[in-house]
Design a protein around this ligand. Structure first.
Ligand SMILES: [Zn+2]
Ligand SMILES: [Zn+2]
Ligand SMILES: [Zn+2]
Length: 469
């Protein structure tokens, strides 16, 4: 555990050999099989995952791509919308599509804004993770807005009794409730509700159908995460994803396999993404003096330990005990921190207001009589997209270049949480596909400083040319 003292977690000691196995870099053959199977099952035949001794994993083109071609749509393994973003955007908790209607999105947002608080009823809007290396800032919903819309108008927008002009061109899927009866998760379809339930949510639902003790334990866990760092919510999903996969494998294989080999198998998709423990990799905030570094890292670890204990109280399974060790928890969080993969889905509310603004003058004037007050009340944040954290299995294999040949870019038709990679210039078959992890227009020194947080020194062509001699 380096310089920050002995782990407070008993499971770290008790299951040290199993944990070492879980966090070890998967053998090459096992990794190759995993990615071949993934690419085959998703019919992504344009790419393949390749291995080199110098850069480790990478992604290569399996055919020629022209500029602007779609290279890859990558479905997340685990992801979640930021808690504060839930005020601004109502999306499907499984595929992250916007749901309900334009009216519902606007009405609910204005209503929550008028309460001046967040979805869980707390009054303060806190920036998550600002002291722990996360890049997510606050999008401000300002309370006490002078352009207030009357409450009954907000309600009739939300319940569908009031419609705005031309929203029929911006239809959204209708809202499907969580099968466990919680209010926190909504879906675009029954199939998303079922998939989410089977993959993660059946263990995390704090709805009316959940046994009261577990429900209150889950609420404590979520409350702690909302008050400290959202990343714990995504980490919990990664753990339930593995637990549920384990149970499914056990049903399929019965007692023919040992529980530790079933756990390894259940864990495989996540094992491909590990880097380092969170408290070791997190960048030191600027206001923390380097002499305080050890203390800072210890505090981060203790925070994770508190979160983990709350999660354990809710969903611990002795058959998968190593999964609940602090070491594993730290690696899971580190994976989300270090892979730099943001979940972003553009807002149809933004598209709607842009559409109104682009109407011919007379029509525009007519429509704005109705829509104007809502736009004023929403303020500058009317266009806030859905934002969150996710782990994308293939995008995370793509290496960095400061002169990349591809980039993550959502096109108009990409309305869900998939990562979309587009070619920036022609890429010929067998060439490596690279993306930039940072703003590649920064000066050389700043680029290298930011990339140091990812644990490497960039030697791309641009860096070779710009490196001071
Ligand atoms: Zn969905
Ligand atoms: Zn639920
Ligand atoms: Zn570079």
């Amino acid at each position: 555990m380096g310089g920050i003292g002995v782990s407070p977690c008993d499971l770290d000691r008790e299951f040290a050999p199993q944990i070492a196995q879980l966090v070890a870099t998967p053998p090459l053959q096992s990794a190759e099989e995993y990615y071949d199977e993934l690419i085959w099952s998703k019919k992504l035949d344009g790419i393949r995952v390749s291995y080199s001794s110098k850069h480790g994993k990478g992604v290569c083109a399996n055919r020629d791509f022209a500029e602007d071609d779609l290279v890859l749509k990558d479905q997340m393994l685990v992801g979640a919308q930021d808690s504060l973003n839930k005020i601004d955007c109502v999306v499907c908790s499984y595929c992250f599509r916007f749901i309900g209607s334009i009216e519902f999105q606007i009405g609910r947002r204005l209503y929550l804004q008028s309460l001046g608080g967040s979805v869980d009823g707390t009054t303060e809007r806190h920036c998550h993770g600002s002291d722990a290396g996360s890049s997510t800032g606050c999008s401000g919903a300002s309370s006490g807005n002078s352009n207030a819309v009357p409450q009954e108008v907000m309600m009739s927008l939300m319940d569908g009794n009031m419609s705005l002009p031309l929203t029929d061109q911006f239809c959204l899927p209708s809202v499907v409730a969580c099968p466990g009866g919680c209010e926190g998760e909504l879906y675009c379809s029954q199939s998303c509700a079922d998939s989410d339930w089977d993959s993660y949510h059946s263990l995390l639902c704090a709805g009316s159908k959940t046994e009261p003790l577990r429900k209150s334990a889950l609420q404590k866990f979520v409350g702690h995460a909302n008050g400290t760092n959202d990343i714990f919510l995504v980490a919990a999903k990664a753990i339930t994803f593995t637990l549920l996969r384990y149970r499914k494998l056990k049903r399929q294989h019965g007692s023919h396999e040992s529980s530790s080999s079933l756990l390894m198998e259940a864990w495989k998709p996540l094992s491909m993404g590990f880097k380092k423990r969170w408290w070791e990799c997190v960048a030191l905030p600027e206001d923390v003096d380097s002499s305080e570094e050890e203390l800072f890292r210890q505090q981060i670890r203790d925070l994770a330990f508190t979160s983990l204990q709350l999660l354990k109280d809710a969903i611990f399974d002795p058959e998968c005990a190593p999964l609940f060790s602090l070491d594993i928890y730290g690696h899971i969080i580190g994976m989300f921190e270090l892979n730099n993969l943001d979940l972003v889905v553009a807002s149809p509310v933004e598209d709607y207001f842009i559409h109104i603004d682009d109407l011919p003058e007379s029509e525009k004037e007519e429509a704005e009589k109705v829509t104007g007050p809502f736009l004023d009340a929403l303020g500058e944040d009317y266009s806030v997209p859905c934002e969150g954290t996710a782990f994308f299995p293939l995008q995370s294999c793509m290496n960095h270049s400061c002169c990349p040949n591809a980039k993550a870019f959502k096109r108009d038709e990409d309305k869900d949480g998939h990562a979309v990679i587009i070619a920036l210039r022609p890429i010929s078959k067998d060439k490596e596909i690279t993306i930039s992890y940072i703003d590649e227009d920064l000066p050389y020194e700043e680029r290298q400083a930011q990339l140091a947080d990812y644990g490497f020194t960039c030697t791309c062509l641009k860096c070779q040319e710009e490196r001071p001699v």
